[in-house]
Design a protein around this ligand. Structure first.
Ligand code: NAI
Ligand code: COI
Ligand code: MG
Length: 366
């Protein structure tokens, strides 16, 4: 059956890494006989330039007609002085809100061949396999009032019980498929929203006696992510804490350029994007690591299309290319060859082709 994918490359390195992800999906299409219909749309700065709006109605309509959304990144210095309502980032927040994508899954897994690029000692980083489950449509990025006057500014942190319940349930369900441990991260020693958060976690955990639950404060979590990241399984937290902790966790793996994400609602519809931003410092230079976007596309296959095998095949190919010692600039060590975004993507394409030939040989002789 045909799957319709809305492709929103966005700004900066967004178009470069999304081109790579689409290329990989096209290989999967051929190999597994699927049909993906890719339709491109605008979001962020590129949409402001054309329509004066970071999330035009055309883009919303395109996503509504699609089975999933693949997004690059938004933002950049060109729009940094824009009024807050028409900043590129508003388009990203608005699409998450419009589609009710409350659950942001950000897996962080250490890959042996990348440990050379991690600033952490190998023995600290090597066994890390954690999942950040970030609440995505509430909290400080959405609360009202949010305004600025000459000498003061206000942002509002609001959470309802229902918003907390659904993300905590999601985290418990996901923990059941993993090692059964949840760290709920808050700032309950100060914030009212965190006190409610903790209360909801305590209530919800009664329905999950098989899950080990720990409450942690966000500041010490930030520390423990660096000193003992292997101790974490699932981390569930509110929007801004999850945003910050996931960028921090990315360094364990060696680069922000390898972290994918899925933003989901309950019915399987999802938006898939790298954790990183538009990286203006390297945009347009062919330096961006496309792994995060490619792995986000794999998450799309798994979570929105139920194509677990195809997703695993992509992950294996990405890891094999790293194993073979091929890296973009963010991961290469001194003296190692640096591949461009396109060159590295072609290595993954090549790896998928090799796997496909070996599949044929196996089927022929089986
Ligand atoms: N989801 C999104 O669309 C996000 C957008 N942003 C926006 O992106 C712009 C830049 O923000 P920054 O704070 O610089 O964060 P960033 O995530 O764009 O970049 C942080 C650092 O990581 C590097 N990096 C990021 N992605 C990379 C990749 N694929 N390969 C290699 N290196 C990579 C960058 O070169 C930079 O040194 C801002 O306008 C910000 O608002 C930031 C985060 C998320
Ligand atoms: C607009 C920002 C909230 C994007 C971001 O940093 C993220 O979602 O990780
Ligand atoms: Mg972020």
């Amino acid at each position: 059956m045909e799957k319709r994918v809305a492709v929103l490359p966005g700004d900066g390195v967004g178009p470069e890494v999304i081109e790579a992800a689409v290329k990989i999906l096209q290989v999967i299409e051929r190999r597994f006989n699927h049909t993906f219909k890719f339709t491109h749309g605008l979001i962020g700065g590129s949409a402001i330039d054309k329509h004066g709006n970071p999330l035009p109605n055309e883009t919303i309509a395109l996503c509504e007609e699609s089975d999933a959304v693949l997004l690059g990144a938004v933002g950049g210095p060109k729009w940094d002085q824009s009024p807050s309502e028409i900043r590129p980032e508003k388009g990203l927040l608005a699409i998450r809100k419009h589609f009710g994508l409350f659950a942001n899954l950000r897996p962080v897994k250490a890959v042996p061949s990348l440990l050379q690029a991690s600033p952490l000692k190998e023995e600290v980083a090597k066994n890390v396999d954690l999942l950040i489950v970030r609440e995505l449509t509430g909290g400080l990025y959405f609360g009202e009032p949010s305004r600025r006057t000459e000498n003061s500014a206000v942002d509002t942190l609001v959470y309802t019980r229902e918003e907390i319940e659904r993300i905590v349930e999601k985290a418990f369900e996901l923990a059941r498929l993993r090692r059964g441990k949840v760290a709920s991260v808050d700032k309950a020693n100060v914030l009212q929203t965190s006190k409610l958060w903790r209360e909801v976690v305590e209530e919800k955990k009664k329905g999950y006696p098989d899950i080990e639950v720990e409450h942690m404060l966000v500041d010490s979590t930030a520390m423990k992510l660096i000193t003992n990241p292997g101790a974490f399984d699932v981390i569930v937290t509110e929007n801004m804490f999850g945003d910050i902790l996931s960028d921090e966790a990315s360094v364990i793996t060696g680069s922000l350029g390898v972290l994918p994400s899925a933003s989901l609602r309950s019915d399987g519809f999802g938006l898939y994007e790298p954790v990183h931003g538009s990286a203006p410092d390297i945009a347009g230079q062919g330096k961006a690591n496309p792994a995060a976007a490619i792995l986000s596309a794999a998450m799309m296959l798994k979570y929105s299309f139920g194509m677990d095998t195809e997703a695993a095949v992509i992950e294996e190919a990405v890891n094999a290319v790293f194993e073979d010692g091929f890296f973009t600039a963010d991961l290469a060590m001194e003296g190692q060859r640096v591949l461009s975004t396109k060159e590295w993507t072609d290595k993954v394409v090549n790896e998928l082709d090799i796997q496909s030939v070996s599949d044929c040989i196996m089927y022929t002789y089986a």
